[in-house]
Design a protein around this ligand. Structure first.
Ligand SMILES: C[S@@+](CC[C@H](N)C(=O)[O-])C[C@H]1O[C@@H](n2cnc3c(N)ncnc32)[C@H](O)[C@@H]1O
Length: 209
């Protein structure tokens, strides 16, 4: 019989531990290392279907905290009572809709991924668009000192995105969790201690006259 791969091992572990997807172990690893979640905190989870990150985040924030789980697709998993699910396109949501997902919140997490086409350049560009949409949510909802975790496919433009984040968060790290396939282009940007709204991306300088 063939030896189980790491992917199989994570799949069976997720089943055993009651998570709907093995991708939860990427978030668990990041949380272990960076202590992302806080009991009683608010969390927005972008690209949340089928629901494993939302389940873990809800366990970590506890009954006094909440998780708003957003996805293009319905989230069918049975989730704890402190998780609210919303079907929406994060990239198309307006400011008012985004703030209604939670404001202020302590953490925004995004595992959003495009449907991959196999054309590397196009997939990288689409992934970066989703990361930028996730950053907009973070800018609109995070409290000062809050955290932002976002998946992005590696590219030169993604490197620039990460560099720009350093103006808005005190610490920014790029992480490739063990649970992420070695062959995958995905990395996670872990941006902690949000500095505030004054350094928004793309904001035009104030007219001083
Ligand atoms: C890798 S899955 C997320 C897995 C999830 N973190 C979990 O652990 O169960 C990526 C998700 O991103 C969602 N997604 C992609 N683009 C989106 C968008 N523009 N708005 C909302 N969700 C999006 C997809 O529908 C898909 O469910």
């Amino acid at each position: 019989m063939a030896k189980p791969t790491d992917r199989d091992a994570h799949y069976f572990r997720a089943k055993r531990e009651g998570y709907v997807a093995r991708s939860v172990y990427k978030l668990i690893e990041i949380d272990k290392r960076f202590k992302i979640f806080r009991s009683g905190a608010g969390v927005i989870d972008l690209g949340a279907s089928p629901g494993s990150w939302a389940t873990f985040a809800s366990e970590r924030v506890g009954a006094k905290g909440f998780v708003t789980a957003i996805d293009l697709n319905p989230i069918r998993a049975r989730l704890p009572a402190n998780v609210r699910c919303i079907e929406a396109d994060v990239a198309a949501a307006d400011d008012e809709e985004i703030r209604a997902w939670g404001f202020p919140v302590h953490t925004v997490i995004s595992d959003m991924a495009p449907k991959t086409s196999g054309v590397r350049f196009a997939d990288q560009a689409r992934s970066l668009e989703l990361a930028i949409a996730a950053l907009r949510v973070a800018e609109l909802t995070l409290e000062i000192g809050g955290n932002f975790i976002v998946k992005v496919f590696q590219s030169a433009d993604a490197d620039r995105f990460v560099r720009d984040l350093r103006a808005q968060f005190r610490d920014v790290k790029i992480v490739k969790p063990d649970a992420s396939r070695a062959a995958s282009w995905e990395v996670f940007v872990v941006a902690t201690r949000f500095l505030g709204q004054e350094k928004r991306r793309g904001e035009k300088p104030q007219d001083t006259e």
